[in-house]
Write a protein that binds this ligand. Structure first.
Ligand code: ADP
Ligand code: MG
Length: 338
């Protein structure tokens, strides 16, 4: 596990502390722990045993799904080219592959060797040569990952990483535990992927902060929601400045092998599914504004906030009331035909 902690996660946690303080007569169960390479914050208006079960499930998922943990199922699959997976891992892989398909390859879990080559896993950042990228791109294609029952197979040279979907999958799993235990009110911040379960105990909606790309320790606005999962992908989260003075972010366009660089600073997706929100925030970030806009026109089962480098906050009409701007440098624009 890498040791750094994402600033976005911290920003959202600060907001969570501010907004949850004093909102209920009964004190919530709260917990904070590191998992999936980030900080997780749980606020559960329910039993301590539910909060403990959620932490346990997320820790278990991290152990199974991490590409860097030598004992994980995904690590074994990448090393050996085939593996029999347990049910949870097979489910996460199957759902991730469906998201790759739904995004027409803007999300591609086999982009991992390219992410590694840029140094985003080791921390040894550098700009790869075009010939290295061309060689690595030959093994990038999620359609060649075979999953039959619980047995997965990868072609030689192909490796996978569920980093773009795992926190969403964890949010969906956590929600199952909240429902199992009859808990009606909780907000779980899983490193920037936020499950707003039910409403606050006072009946109002949760307010979720959207990180400010210019200062990700702060938030630029909030959205109110209930029973939704919010996920943000941003160029400011993990990046390095290359020897050419340019900034390179950790989200890679699987077609070119280059970090996405298209004038979009962050994409926030709000939907009923953690995997959908997490995968789409990454995929739409890769697509850029025009293709993301087209995509939203075709599939209307999610809401969207796109922040651009020219300081626009573009939102879907359903968010017109619930999205509140804090950083006045941004101008809010409702995209009517979304
Ligand atoms: P974060 O994990 O920082 O919240 P994302 O959910 O957008 O952000 O996932 C980004 C991670 O997914 C990267 O760190 C990388 O490991 C991996 N990744 C980068 N580009 C892609 C892509 N196009 N498709 C699938 N996974 C990607
Ligand atoms: Mg994601």
């Amino acid at each position: 596990m890498r040791s750094y902690v994402k600033s976005t996660a911290l920003a959202l946690i600060l907001l969570w502390l501010t907004l949850s303080a004093g909102c209920a007569s009964n004190a919530p169960q709260t917990r904070s722990f590191q998992s999936m390479d980030t900080v997780m914050q749980l606020t559960v208006y329910g039993d301590e045993s539910t909060t403990a079960a959620i932490e346990e499930r997320i820790t278990e998922l991290d152990k199974k799904l991490s590409s860097t943990n030598v004992n994980s199922e995904i690590y074994r699959l990448n090393r050996d080219g085939s593996a029999t997976l347990d049910e949870l891992t097979a489910d996460a892989l199957e759902q991730s592959l469906s998201c790759c398909e739904a995004s027409k390859g803007a999300l591609d879990i086999t982009v991992y060797p390219v992410v590694c080559e840029w140094g985003f896993i080791s921390g040894d950042h550098h700009i790869p040569s075009q010939s290295t990228l061309n060689r690595l791109l030959k093994s990038v294609d999620y359609r060649r990952v075979k999953l039959r029952e619980n047995t997965a197979e990868l072609p030689k040279g192909t490796q996978i990483d569920l980093g773009a979907t795992a926190k969403g999958f964890a949010a969906d799993e956590a929600r199952k535990l909240l429902l199992r235990d009859g808990c009606e009110s909780a907000v779980l911040n899983l490193g920037g992927t936020v499950l707003a379960h039910g409403k606050k105990p006072d009946g109002s909606e949760w307010r979720i902060g959207i990180a400010d790309p210019g200062n990700s320790a702060d938030y630029m606005g909030t959205v109110s929601c209930a029973d939704k999962i919010t996920a943000t992908s941003g160029s400011y989260e993990r990046y390095f400045t290359g020897s050419d003075g340019k900034r390179y972010c950790h989200i890679i366009d699987p077609k070119s092998g280059m970090p996405a660089d298209n004038g979009v600073e962050s994409v926030t997706v709000i939907s009923d599914s953690g995997v959908k929100s997490d995968s789409l925030s990454t995929a739409l970030f890769v697509m850029g504004l025009d293709k993301a806009t087209d995509y939203r026109r075709q599939r209307r089962d999610f809401e969207l906030v796109i922040l651009t480098s020219d300081k626009k906050a573009l939102i879907t009409p359903a968010l017109a009331q619930s999205f509140q701007l804090k950083n006045e440098q941004y101008s809010k624009e409702v995209i009517r035909d979304w």
